[in-house]
Design a protein around this ligand. Sequence first.
Ligand code: SF4
Ligand code: SF4
Length: 184
Amino acid sequence: MGEKKKKIVKTIKVDVDKCNGCRACEVICSAFHAAPKYSSNNPARSRIRVIHEPLKDIYIPVYAGEYTKAECTGRDKYVIDGKEYDECAFCRASCPSRDLFKEPDSGLPLKCDMCEDDPPQKEPLCVQWCLNKALIYEEREVEVDEEEEVKKEDMEIGLEALLDKYGLDKITETVARLSMSKKG
Ligand code: SF4
Ligand code: SF4
């Protein structure tokens, strides 16, 4: 067993009953992550998506979680108030079986980074923009193993996805070609 150390985990509690589907969270998230920042907004690039169930008039915000290159082998179905939901409806993963949480142009995975910024935001932007208080920011102290996996940056997650899709040879060849054309 490795040594334990304390770590602050940032979380967002979702109070589904308060969400009215305004999608302000999707707008601000995609704007914050646009390049340059705030230059555009497109909910398809947001790291939070609001699942809408029209018959029940329910809106459920779901955050983009980990990238995974494999589809699930087993899947869960949810029945809420008598309505059965799609087995992938509330899943946070960016995975091969659907387009959710992928950059629409490149197909690269999207993941919520809690609006990392310098200087830091006082709270994640989707929380600040949710006027209905459906998103509640919380920090929790947890114990983790000393040899905990190093946190991956956006670029690393994207590279991993590219590697899975095209293979190392193809990527190395493309990078070499691009750097030659930049130099020339
Ligand atoms: S901003 Fe708040 S109320 Fe609006 S869709 Fe997002 S979570 Fe729901
Ligand atoms: S915390 Fe930031 S990155 Fe995560 S979904 Fe909200 S706005 Fe997007």
